[in-house]
Design a protein around this ligand. Sequence first.
Ligand code: FUB
Length: 310
Amino acid sequence: WLVLHCLVWALIALIGRADYPVASHRHLADPAAMVHEGRVYVYCSNDDDSPLDGGYDMKSLVCMSSSDLKNWTDHGEVIRVPGAANWATHTWAPAAIERDGMFYLYFANNGSNIGVAVSDSPTGPFVDPLGRPLVTAQTPGVLPADSIWVFDPAVFIDDDGQAYLYFGGNGEDNVRIIRLNEDMVSVQGEAIKVTAPAFFEAAWMHERDGTYYLSYSTQPSAGIRIDYMTAATPTGPFTYAGIVAAQPPANNNNNHAAEFQLHGAWYHVYHNRFSAIEAGLAPTYRRNIAVEELTHRADGSIEPITYTRD
Ligand code: FUB
């Protein structure tokens, strides 16, 4: 009876696990979620481009999609540089959004600048329409800052139709927000400077019931937590609100996450180095994507997540 009892509970625990592995067959990182027509499209840095022994040498972005977070379709590479953006040497940390039937994919050219590419399909192919980066250190409002990393874009369109790009890294005064024009491939005015306690990288915006949540990865010295701030508008003023995920991803030295809503429930997609650990190998520069459930409490605060894959 005891054995049967234990087996039943083990089964319940297994079924009840909150993590949804997205792609253990390949190495992906820096996930950005876009929900479109009942599916979530997760755009990722393609870590299989990077050598095992070091360096983030990604030159392509990969898209995976799912309608239930269990069965995933691998759409493969949706952009590769320099072919699709001849000024770019790298594609890190994408973000995508749909507007008027077109899809806009923003990406970091390492930590130097941010590009945009366009397609009429969520799965590409995406091509740069500008022939140059969209945002650089010379974009008004980006400087001055201490060694700002002009990277890690997140894109958001508010209910009134105004689009925003969130980006930046390397220091708590280095979050930037810039308005996008309706064409989604040009910026408007100066970048707005935002200060986020212990900010390192990976800014992400989601809105729920009129509250704007700006999540981000904290510095290694702060434990690469995912923290968040809230505001009543997409540009702030923001108030530090707490922790989304305190526990660092498995054997990692960075984290990068996105929050999204699918079929009424909220989720958090992030990267770890689980496949190396599972194979008994030392974690490398190649990362993996996983999803966790996300809970907003009745007062709007986020219940901190404990990663189930650590
Ligand atoms: O993947 C390269 C960089 O590592 C990203 O831009 C950062 O967010 C970190 O995940």
